[in-house]
Design a protein around this ligand. Structure first.
Ligand SMILES: Nc1nc2c(ncn2[C@@H]2O[C@H](COP(=O)(O)OP(=O)(O)OP(=O)(O)O)[C@@H](O)[C@H]2O)c(=O)[nH]1
Ligand SMILES: [Mg+2]
Length: 319
């Protein structure tokens, strides 16, 4: 991942988005079907206002099918929002995006519906643009889009598409989201420790997909704790260091790579209900922090006033 999001980048992306939005009829936000919540941009809903939005759950071949259905239902329940799941394993799923776009815009005689693709880095934006355009116009791979002159391509059936995607930042509002983004490779590698991310992933998979872990890594028994799992993987894959100790960093990297490449089968790390709980938890934690800060501030003020009074008193006594 070569893009890291700093306030300056976010501000620039926001301005670019504000400039381009009036020119489009439909916003196509590409999400990672494995983490639809964390791969969503936290500002887009506010920026697009009542402009229709098509949520595309990309890389759905890597996600748990039943959960993808749940997410589609979740998004479809929002006014002005439609959802579609796509995968390069079934290219027609991508081609059909065009019809969804056309359906979302009231038909205007002689005028085509204008759409723009946006989403976080590496989510599959260029792949979708190329399939829709029927030729290679956007570079795919792990390089970020260079914003050049926006042009539109006629993709048929009354739809035109801007040829460069908008690159947005992910939802980093809670710590768990950052872990999930890192686990799936959507955050710059230098910003993460493999072992931290692997431990996070281990907990999730031990709770939900333990059989797959046993299968894939040919484990002799079912591990119950994170460390136990990572060590077992390390032993099976020959990550031994001094004194036959498992090299945790190397074992963690193997584990994370297996998750990212789909070696453990299709996996989804977020559910709509789970995210509601997490959001509630995060806002409760935030409210508690505000309250703690307020109390600290009140105590500081009290100490300051007491000091002031004491000084005043001693001045009066001297005077
Ligand atoms: N398994 C799987 N991989 C996909 C799918 N779609 C895209 N990819 C892979 O994901 C990677 C990123 O795809 P791109 O289309 O370049 O993504 P992007 O959003 O344009 O990325 P940036 O330009 O870096 O922001 C590539 O290695 C693709 O091969 C899919 O449906 N399934
Ligand atoms: Mg791209």
């Amino acid at each position: 991942m070569s893009i890291q999001w700093f306030p300056g980048h976010m501000h620039k992306a926001r301005l670019e988005m504000q400039a381009v939005l009036p020119k489009v009829d439909v916003v196509v936000e590409v999400l990672d079907a494995r983490i639809p919540y964390s791969s969503e941009n936290p500002m887009l809903a506010e920026l697009r206002g009542d402009k229709p939005c098509l949520k595309v759950l990309a890389k759905s071949d890597l996600a748990d099918e039943a959960m993808t259905v749940q997410w589609q239902e979740h998004f479809n329940a929002v006014a002005g929002v439609r959802a579609r799941a796509v995968t390069t394993e079934e290219v027609p799923t991508i081609r059909k995006i065009k019809y969804a776009i056309a359906q979302m815009v009231p038909h205007k005689e002689g005028k085509s519906a204008k759409a723009m693709i946006m989403g976080i880095p590496n989510v599959g934006k260029s792949t979708i643009i190329n399939v829709l355009a029927g030729r290679k116009i956007a570079k795919t791979g792990n390089t970020p889009a260079i914003t050049k002159q926006q042009q539109s391509v006629n993709i048929g059936d009354g739809v035109t598409l801007l040829d460069t995607p908008g690159v947005l930042w992910p939802n980093l509002q809670n710590t768990y989201s950052s872990y999930r983004l890192a686990l799936l490779g959507s955050i710059q590698e230098t910003a993460m420790e493999y072992s931290d991310v692997a431990f996070f992933g281990a907990r999730y998979l031990l709770d939900r997909y333990v059989d797959r872990l046993v299968d894939r890594f040919d484990l002799d028994s079912q591990p119950s704790r994170e460390l136990e799992l990572i060590e077992a993987i390390g032993r099976k894959r020959g990550c031994l260091g001094k004194n036959n100790q498992v090299d945790l960093e190397r074992a963690s990297k193997i584990f994370v790579t297996e998750i990212r490449s789909g070696g453990l089968g299709p996996l989804t790390f977020e559910t709509p209900q789970g995210m509601e709980r997490e959001k509630a938890e995060t806002s409760k934690q935030e409210a508690e922090k505000v309250e703690r800060d307020r109390e600290k501030e009140a105590k500081r003020k009290k100490r300051f006033r007491a000091k002031q009074r004491a000084q005043k008193k001693s001045r009066e006594m001297r005077g």
